[in-house]
Design a protein around this ligand. Structure first.
Ligand code: ACM
Ligand code: ZN
Length: 524
């Protein structure tokens, strides 16, 4: 048999071309359905291009950058590409379908959100370090998240993290299909959002000269902690998040955890101060004084500014850890209680009801602009309106109570989902993962109707003991992948999850993110 010389050359090159290296669609969080199809895989080449309608251009651009990182080849955006992105309104809004065949890959989503999640799965499915030509098996993947609220909270009050780094944290969240960044912006130890009518909030409240050395210590370091965001930076972060299908929910924690504001404006406290930005951690007796009209004016002005910057449907008003001792002896607070006719109710003191009243005034400010209030579960000690969404942190039982009382509820119990808790962080390996993974997002005791009130789950990082990116990532990774499996509703099977988790850690390594290495004991 004789070959045409050109065919001979082609055959010779084909023989030299490295073999395709197959990826795997069983990524984390695990897609609902993966059907392996007959036929050859899709092999990436330098000519692979992405085709997308205008409305999906940002997602297409991000996919192109992600594929360049994964394959070393940057797909062009083109009118005719072998990777096609499109919207299929018959799919659930956040759902997607990937059809991968030899001749092309089609990602369809119920909306831009679904398409974005499809691109994340595609990126994660690729081999981590292909020694040959990166390829994906012929398959059809269908997926949709179990919960509409898939959050992650970062506290920037105890320690400040700049916008560039928060972008990186949003990249981590996006990779895990998280759709809410809950931005805890104010604390006893630092106020991070400027409010033009109250300039001292950032002139005074954004600075402390030192911090307690370790839990239980009486010694301090000599390291100042300072920083606040500009309005432009915050607006930029909102857009950066939106490009990755993440909503930023800001939190102004009130009426407790307000020492930085009180240090700036002592007239907003019950005693008039003086107060100082906190240098140690915990719960402090000095909180806002709801007996004074100036406090209401202050809180309203802050929320108006917050709503100008953040378009989110939800605004988080905190409400946690607010001791009532100052209010009990404050003439203004007691006068307000009398004027409102507040009386003790079983299990609800008149001061608890004063907190509810104060938060209701703020809820009205949100309502006037079509926004909804969120709060931590201590607000259940008062009498919050049923439409208030509750973040149930104090225990798994708090979610049970909140959902039973009819509130939209986000599960984030300290025992499972506080990634920064020093005690729980002593767990290593499998136990460290299982601590997160074993959470029942929807408490089993709830009735069919009550179950619907649980809208999702959230992981939290409080930064008392997190001063830098190394520790931040160590706390987040890889357990955020276990959280994502809960949020997306992957079937619970820890042994089956561990290989997917191991692959995630390889991706973190490629991205240069620091992860909690002791967890690798679980698969070694
Ligand atoms: C909280 O951990 N104080 C919400
Ligand atoms: Zn007072």
């Amino acid at each position: 048999m004789k070959f045409h010389p050109l065919i001979a050359i082609l055959l010779a090159t084909a023989a030299c071309a490295p073999d395709p290296v197959l990826g795997d669609f069983a990524v984390s969080p695990l897609p609902k359905e993966i059907t392996v199809e007959e036929g050859a895989p899709f092999v990436f080449s330098p000519r692979t291009a992405i085709q997308a309608p205008r409305e999906l251009e940002t997602t297409a651009r991000l996919l192109s950058e992600a594929l360049e990182e994964a394959t070393g080849m940057k797909p062009a955006l083109s009118e005719k590409g072998r990777i096609v992105l499109s919207i299929d309104p018959t799919l659930p809004e956040e759902g997607y379908r990937i059809q991968c065949r030899k001749n092309g890959i089609h990602i369809a989503g119920g909306s831009g959100k679904g398409v974005f999640y499809g691109t994340q799965t595609l990126y994660k499915a690729l081999p981590v370090h292909p020694q040959g030509r990166p390829a994906l098996p012929a398959a059809t993947v269908q997926d949709t998240p179990a919960f509409s609220y898939r959050g992650f909270m970062v506290d920037v009050g105890r320690h400040y993290f700049d916008i560039g780094y928060l972008e990186e944290l949003l990249d981590i969240m996006a990779l895990h299909g998280i759709n809410v960044f809950h931005w805890h912006l104010t604390e006893d130890q630092g106020w991070r959002i400027p409010v033009p009518a109250y300039p001292r909030l950032t002139e005074v409240g954004a600075y402390r000269s030192r911090s307690i050395l370790e839990p239980g210590s009486t010694q301090f370091d000599t390291i100042p902690v300072q920083g606040h965001y500009t309005r432009e930076e915050m607006e930029h972060l909102v857009r950066y998040a939106a490009d990755r299908q993440i909503t930023v929910i800001p939190e102004i924690d009130m009426p407790g955890h307000m020492l930085a504001a009180l240090a700036s404006y002592p007239e907003l406290g019950c005693t008039g101060g003086p107060y100082a930005v906190a240098e140690r951690y915990g719960v402090f007796a000095d909180v806002l004084c709801p007996g004074k009209d100036a406090t209401l004016d202050f809180a309203k002005a802050v929320l108006e500014e917050v709503m100008d910057i953040f378009p989110s449907q939800y605004i988080h008003l905190g409400g946690d850890e607010c001791p009532k001792e100052r209010w009990e002896s404050c003439p203004d607070c007691q006068a307000r209680i009398r004027e409102l006719g507040l009386k003790d109710l079983p299990g609800k003191s008149k001061e608890n009801r004063l907190q509810t009243w104060f938060m209701e005034q703020m809820q009205e400010v949100l309502r006037a602009r079509g926004r909804h209030m969120m709060g931590w579960d201590e607000i259940l000690e008062g009498t919050p309106a049923p439409d208030v969404t509750v973040l149930a942190w104090t225990s798994p039982k708090a979610a049970l109570r909140s959902a039973r009382e009819g509130h939209p509820t986000v599960t984030c119990p300290i025992q499972h989902l506080y990634f920064s808790n020093p005690r729980w962080n002593r767990l290593t390996g499998r136990e460290s993962i299982d601590r997160v993974y074993s959470l029942e997002v929807v408490p089993a005791e709830l009735s069919e109707t009550e179950r619907k009130n649980v809208i999702g789950a959230e992981g939290c990082i409080w930064t008392e003991w997190v001063a830098d990116s190394t520790k931040m990532e160590w706390e987040m990774l890889p357990r955020i992948a276990a959280l994502a499996e809960l949020q997306w509703g992957a079937p619970k099977d820890l042994d089956a999850f561990l290989p997917r988790l191991e692959k995630m850690t390889q991706l973190y390594d490629r991205r240069g993110w620091n992860w909690k290495k002791d967890i690798a004991e679980a698969w070694h």
